[in-house]
Write a protein that binds this ligand. Structure first.
Ligand code: PLP
Length: 339
């Protein structure tokens, strides 16, 4: 099914359209090759490759924007590079240097410069690292060989229907990850959340699941969860169990500079439900940007967030962020870089 926006602009659903080029580098015998630009196309992997059995894979997601004057800018890419390096270390994969990843990301964007959509579209960039050692006996150790590639995709809105209040299902039984592995951007964490998210969609028409194992609020399957209440910003603290979102961090910093009190803490589902009537809530992430939440379903009952509509303060915070990302406001924090 194509989104409303897709029908209007002929833009494919998020993540289904790809540019013509990719960047690729290999790690073999203790050395990385120089990243190479080549036409995007299938990878050839032996069926005994480590990643296909032991999920030795991690990735990143960041965006480049074409500003009104035609120039192209990345947002906080240094933070994505560091997070990918942390993920690689957690997965015992060879860790590409900062410089190698920087070169790969910049050349991936430059190689498709004329395929980057105008605003409000963007170029979504997906650096990926996989363990390529040919070994089905290496269940108990990391892959000694790896492949790093960067693919890119022209994108619009992440959620079908553009900006609308989302419906979330609170799942207090399942975990999307383990207490320390939630901070790793690896396919296994997404695989672990799939059954819950699929069921929430089919049974409740929910857009996403808010994972709250043991009654402790964490995050959704693909974005952080943030609440606004009485000029306070409330969100789960980063303790290894959730992905330390770069959008989350940006929103918290912008909110603080606008006089909000930022509270990063542990909180329960029952506290959350108590706060909902006079709160706003939203998801934050590179893909989701800042997507308002209108209601949460818990134990079969739907609880509205505020009046159930798109929150005003949330949208103001979203503009503060996107104005910087898209060059409409001066970037005083040094978050954007010209490609
Ligand atoms: C599980 C999860 N949490 C949070 C985020 C948000 O992270 P970021 O703002 O860095 O995109 C994402 C998005 O990639 C995600 O997949």
């Amino acid at each position: 099914m194509r989104s409303f926006q897709s029908q209007c602009t002929n833009m494919a659903e998020f993540g289904q359209d790809f540019t013509s080029q990719m960047v690729i580098a290999n790690y073999q015998q203790g050395q990385w090759s120089v990243p190479k630009v080549q036409p995007i196309g299938p990878l050839s992997l032996h069926p005994g490759t480590h990643v296909l059995h032991y999920s030795s894979t991690c990735f990143e997601g960041l965006k480049a924007y074409r500003w009104q004057d035609g120039s192209v800018h990345l947002f906080r890419y240094a933070d994505n590079i560091k997070r990918l390096q942390n993920s690689a270390a957690s997965l015992c994969l060879p860790i590409p240097s900062y410089e190698l990843l920087e070169e790969a990301i910049l050349s991936a964007v430059k190689s498709v410069e004329n395929e980057i959509p105008d605003l409000p579209g963007a170029l979504y960039i997906r650096p990926t690292l996989i363990g390529t050692e040919l070994n089905i006996g290496a269940a108990g150790r990391g892959s000694n060989e790896a492949l790093m590639y960067v693919i890119t995709s022209p994108v619009g809105d992440y959620f079908i229907g553009g900006i609308r209040p989302l419906k979330l299902l609170i799942d207090d039984e399942n975990m999307r990850s383990t207490p320390k592995f939630g901070q790793v951007k690896t396919g296994g964490n997404y695989a672990a959340s799939l059954a819950s998210v699929t069921q929430a969609r089919e049974k409740y028409g929910a857009d996403q699941v808010l994972f709250c194992p043991g009654g402790q609020v964490q995050e959704t399957g693909a974005a952080n969860f943030i609440l606004i209440k009485d000029k306070q910003i409330i969100t789960k603290k980063t303790d290894g169990s959730i992905l330390p979102g770069i959008t989350r961090d940006s929103i918290l910093k912008l909110a603080q500079s606008q006089g909000y009190q930022v509270r990063e803490l542990d909180y329960t589902v029952s506290e959350l439900i108590d706060w909902l009537p006079d709160s706003e809530a939203f998801l934050s992430g590179t893909a989701a940007v800042l997507s308002p939440v209108g209601s949460l379903i818990y134990q079969g009952v739907e609880h509205k967030v505020g009046d159930g509509q798109v929150g005003k303060q949330s949208m103001q915070l979203k503009s503060s962020l996107t104005d910087i990302q898209t060059g409409q406001k001066q970037d005083k924090l040094g978050w954007t870089s010209l490609v």
